[in-house]
Design a protein around this ligand. Structure first.
Ligand code: HEC
Length: 342
């Protein structure tokens, strides 16, 4: 009898303590408050056991088909980079603030295909990892598993070329071959041609290795182009978006992006990762303006040293228009090739 009373008393005390814990607000739910070791152990163990007990029956299909990899590349670049990074990328603003921090899949990959499939399809509660199975079929999820497995072996250049090819082979909602779409003419915007003659100038003796090829003497459109490049190389994606018109049309590596929104959710992160820390040497620049429209064509050498070293010959044409807030980029055509001598 005594022991039963004692046990009931203990249970009562535990329940009161639990109620106090829940209702008093003592527990800090802030994401920027580090987890205690006990909580960390608890959530990791619950997660691992929960996943392990649910993946036994998953049959892994062959994962090294090129088509699967290409499909995975496109999905990954559009949906996962922002949290799980790409080769050469250090961090993103969203990843830095998440608790738990999403693993860097570009470094660690994921060697348990069934587990990766389950996690990608179902997501993980209270972590920020979404359930992609809600909007994607199993084939798309397997393509992601295939791509994530290969990710740690990929150089930034390989990543970029795989994702650019994938985007090129895929037609977006408005149609990749939409030739009727005007790239630089806003509705109701009148351009007055032949107002200024285009001025072409070489820039052989300025700006060498400066990273940002612009000076106060440059025209406002050229300064905008330089600011855009600087924003990409420093990972300032907010500034990148500010400088793009909402309906910017971007041609890159055979792929197309039809708006600022599409670029921001698609290639912007990988372009920023690719160009991070790169230096830009101007080889020639031509520009012209007509009313509120201007064009800037740039030939440059883009180099980066270190693990992910590169040496690219780059050509770029931008069409800009002037708004009340300054010049905004309406169209970009980029292409580049390796500059290493054969
Ligand atoms: C909003 C951020 C976010 C996005 C977007 C996101 N994830 Fe995650 N993902 C997470 C977080 C956070 C975790 C870690 C969860 C944990 O620690 O339990 C995670 C875990 C994973 C894991 C398990 C890794 C491991 O080693 O435990 C895989 C695989 C994964 N994500 C793949 C993807 C793929 C593929 C996509 C794109 C389709 C994607 N994620 C998109 C946040 C994200």
């Amino acid at each position: 009898m005594k022991t039963i009373k004692f046990a009931l008393a203990v249970i009562l005390v535990v329940l009161i303590a639990l109620a106090f814990f829940i209702y008093s607000g003592v527990y800090n739910v802030a994401a920027d408050e580090p987890d205690s070791a006990a909580l960390h152990w608890f959530v990791e163990t619950v997660r691992d056991r929960s996943i392990e007990s649910r993946i036994e029956d998953i049959e892994v299909p062959p994962l090294d088909e090129a088509e699967l990899l290409a499909a995975g590349a496109e999905h990954y670049d559009a949906m996962c980079v922002i949290c799980h990074l790409a080769p050469g990328m250090r961090d993103t603003e969203i990843r830095a603030g998440l608790n738990p921090r999403p693993p860097n899949l570009a470094e660690h990959g994921e060697d348990h295909p069934a587990e990766a499939f389950w996690v990608i399809k179902n997501g993980i509660k209270m972590t920020g990892m979404p359930a992609w199975g809600v909007t994607h079929d199993d084939d798309s999820i397997w393509s992601l598993v295939a791509f994530v497995q290969k990710l740690p072996e990929m150089s930034p250049e390989e990543y970029r070329s795989l994702t650019a090819q994938a985007a090129g082979g895929h037609s977006h909602e408005s149609g990749a071959g939409d030739g009727a779409r005007s790239e630089a003419q806003a509705p109701g915007e009148e351009s007055t041609p032949h107002e200024h003659a285009g001025t072409a100038r070489g820039a052989q003796d300025g700006d060498h290795g400066s990273g940002v090829a612009s000076s106060a003497a440059d025209s406002a459109p050229v300064q905008t182009v330089a600011r855009f490049f600087e924003a990409l190389t420093t990972g300032n994606t907010g500034q990148v978006q500010t400088l793009l018109a909402p309906d910017v049309l971007i041609f890159e590596g055979g792929g197309v992006e039809h708006s600022r929104e599409e670029y921001a959710s698609h290639h912007m992160q990988s372009d920023a990762a690719f160009l991070r820390g790169a230096s830009h040497r101007l080889i020639s620049r031509a520009e012209g303006a007509s009313g509120e429209l201007a064009w800037v064509a740039t030939e440059a050498r883009i180099t980066k040293s270190g693990d992910d070293d590169m040496d690219l010959a780059s050509t770029e044409t931008m069409i800009l228009h002037e708004t009340a807030d300054g010049w905004r980029i309406r169209h970009i055509h980029w292409s580049s090739q390796s500059a290493a001598s054969p």
